[in-house]
Write a protein that binds this ligand. Sequence first.
Ligand SMILES: O=P(O)(O)OC[C@H]1O[C@H](O[C@H]2O[C@H](CO)[C@@H](O)[C@H](O)[C@H]2O)[C@H](O)[C@@H](O)[C@@H]1O
Length: 377
Amino acid sequence: MDLNISKTNPVLTDPTTPVNKSRLGSSFPSGRFMMNSRKKIPKLDDVRSNGWLDAMISSSPPRKRLVKDFNVEIAPEDDFAQRAWMLKYPSAISSFAHIAAQAKNKKIAVFLDYDGTLSPIVDDPDRAIMSDAMRAAVKDVAKYFPTAIISGRSRDKVYQLVGLTELYYAGSHGMDIMTPVNLNGSLEDPNCIKSTDQQDEEVNLFQPAKEFIPVIEEVYNSLVEITKCIKGAKVENHKFCASVHYRNVDEKDWPIVAQRVHDHLKQYPRLRLTHGRKVLEVRPVIGWNKGKAVEFLLESLGLSNNDEFLPIFIGDDKTDEDAFKVLREGNRGFGILVSSVPKESNAFYSLRDPSEVKKFLKTLVKWKKMENSTSSF
Ligand SMILES: O=P(O)(O)OC[C@H]1O[C@H](O[C@H]2O[C@H](CO)[C@@H](O)[C@H](O)[C@H]2O)[C@H](O)[C@@H](O)[C@@H]1O
């Protein structure tokens, strides 16, 4: 079966991706994502010289000092930089009055990342458990605002971790979005299929990278193979993308992880690599990301009118920047970056960690309840 890459299909091009750009716009048979012709494989380069290792190192925030009494972490070398950063990205909790003013006469829609936002970052990705208190806070938010989780994990996995039926879920960095069937015309899109959810209800699935499922499976298996002798390395299959974790790999072996993954991926010109928090993410080269997923959800949930709705996206990672950017550039809402150390971002506000995310979500609900009670007089 040919995978036709047409100019009219917005998801089959990715102008932001420098890798293999020359091959975009061509058709290729599915199952032949691997390039065999040697002359087409780009010249091998070394991860040390192309900035890869720098990116891996910078994905680990600098060592932090724990201010015990307050249970907060401060980068020791740069408290001044921290304060300057907080002026640029003020706390969403301290700035709540400003946020409430922006939301006046509008309906807020809440978009949440999972790892590092709803659950703290831990060494073992299988143990990134959300607390019951956080679950209760998210459940409450969903009572008052349309709420969606957009995660890098597979949709099934993130649903299993969150376990709330009242939310919308998007997995694989937004490449797998589940919405109710009764929403405006999304089935007209060739990437949409009908399915059923965990409660056996009919749903729509929007899967713009579905042709990549076999190649992701293949790459996942080979990545497991080529990293199995590197102590601490872990590979996850998210169906439309895959992750190679190096959090538990000795730092001296990071170049080995980077070089092996990098070299292996050269055989797959339709796949690209991005960096997350001590993780390399293998993703299809398509013009789709968490920002596009936010736009898709706003459109399909009927929330796209800027005068009526104010979307808020809370996330901690580089992939969340795509969503922050869409909101900032569209002047339609804002991002909140979860970080305890200074980072440049397209978000407008910041929260230090998941416990502050929980506090912010509770504040949002409290404010909404107050608003409802005053407007009923
Ligand atoms: O978009 P997200 O929901 O934030 O998912 C991004 C990645 O999150 C997970 O990895 C990160 O969290 C792990 C658990 O705390 C941590 O061990 C790892 O170092 C982090 O990178 C998840 O395992 C990845 O597959 C996601 O892509």
